[in-house]
Design a protein around this ligand. Structure first.
Ligand code: 8NA
Ligand code: MG
Ligand code: MG
Ligand code: MG
Length: 364
């Protein structure tokens, strides 16, 4: 295992967030629009290099809540060298109050308010009481989880990954769908780290391995949360399935048996919204599709670039879907496939590299 794959996991996540944030909430995002934007970044960088200046109208891309929270997860794991709920909760809350305008979800900010109270005994309590006790099913747990699989990988403690992810996620998201989404995202990164970057990506093997794990997890943890829950008022047919993540992964296998499938079909069956169930499987699908088929219009782009551009073109919660897809892709491809101009113009890349290096060096 090489450092470059750890770095590309966290750097990729930053780039997916920064670039994806330009389109967040747009239900339709033409691929050509995103491609044109990144081409402009590349041209600007070339001019900047040649003339030593930055075009006057260009200020660079800021990261959002996805990266802000990922950094807190990494910083806490690095400083404590273990999971420390109080420390991580304090970092989430402190980070939010330092920079509240990073585009946080509408409800999670009330958790940060409560976590600010120095007399709070149980840091898990504020999240548990969200949504009449059903907890948030948003993708805010999954979007920040990349440091967790890196941590357990470096420490040779992959058997602890699920518990770690659950503990990190439940600080803000206690709905079982929020927790399972974060676990699925972490498992995908862990699988990606373990693949040989020299051999072809096998979509069916990758999905089957996730299905096997998620089926066990979903049948073990029945959804006992009180209302409201998306299963009670499903947006998509598969959301009401008793093991919905498993069902969506199986559905993806059907998609991949066809030569091509449409974005509208993905949105209808899998989703592209701010729920974990409506975005984590989508991010995995983007990674797998870009990793195995050339996306029409992106013939000149490498697999990492295709992953990010395609993930954003699926629309909806674009920063979060792209950050998750790019973390999985980076963990496989390493830094060689990550364009320098994208790194240059996105905020937080150097810190992501430093944190990845710290995680890589952790010892068992
Ligand atoms: P969250 O926990 O506040 O959840 C996000 C939203 O999901 C909530 O505000 C609710 O509307 C809804 N929700 C979650 N759980 C329930 C429930 N049990 N019952 C009813 N409604 C529920 O925040 P988060 O951290 O999960 O949010 C992450 C997303 O929000 C990311 O995409 C992030 O980038 C951010 N964000 C998204 C958009 C967008 O338009 N897609 C815009 C700004 C910010
Ligand atoms: Mg965001
Ligand atoms: Mg988002
Ligand atoms: Mg380097």
């Amino acid at each position: 295992m090489s450092l470059t794959r750890f770095e590309a996991c966290l750097v990729g996540a930053v780039l997916g967030d920064c670039i994806g944030a330009l389109y967040e909430g747009m239900s339709v995002v033409p691929l050509s629009t995103v491609l044109e934007y990144t081409s402009t970044l590349e041209t600007n960088r070339k001019i900047q290099r040649e003339h030593g200046t930055r075009p006057a109208d260009f200020y660079g891309l800021r990261f959002t809540d996805d990266t802000a929270m990922t950094r807190s997860v990494a910083a806490s794991l690095l400083e404590k060298k273990t999971f420390d709920a109080q420390d991580m909760a304090r970092r989430f809350s402190q980070e939010y109050f330092e920079e509240p305008n990073r585009g946080y979800g509408g409800s999670v900010i009330t958790v940060f308010e409560s976590l600010k109270n120095p007399d709070l005994k149980d840091v898990y309590e504020p999240a548990r009481t969200q949504f009449e006790g059903s907890g948030s099913y948003g993708n805010g747990g999954a979007m920040r989880i990349a440091p967790a699989p890196l941590f357990t990988f470096a420490k040779h403690k992959t058997e602890d990954l699920q518990d770690l992810v659950s503990s990190v996620t439940r600080l803000t998201h206690t709905n079982i769908l929020g927790v399972h989404g974060a676990i699925l995202q972490a498992l995908a990164i862990d699988q990606s780290l373990r693949l040989s970057s020299a051999s072809d990506l096998d979509v069916h093997a990758f999905i089957d391995s996730l299905v096997e794990k998620m089926r066990l997890i979903e049948t073990r943890d029945k959804d006992t949360s009180p209302k409201p829950s998306p299963a009670k008022n499903p947006k998509r047919k598969l959301d009401a399935h008793p093991t919905p993540y498993t069902a969506k992964l199986e559905k993806m296998k059907e998609f991949f048996q066809k030569d091509s499938f449409e974005t509208s079909e993905i949105v209808k069956e899998i989703g592209h919204d701010i729920s974990a169930l409506g975005s984590v499987p989508t991010a995995i699908l983007a990674f797998l599709r870009a990793g195995t088929k050339i996306i029409p219009g992106l013939e000149d782009r490498n697999k990492f670039e295709q992953t990010v551009l395609y993930a954003i073109s699926l629309g909806g919660d674009t920063d979060t879907i792209a950050t998750m897809a790019a973390a999985i892709a980076g963990a496989l491809y390493g830094m060689d496939l990550i364009p320098e101009p994208w790194q240059y113009y996105c905020e937080g890349v150097a810190e992501a590299e430093t944190m990845a290096e710290g995680l890589f060096k952790l010892e068992a």
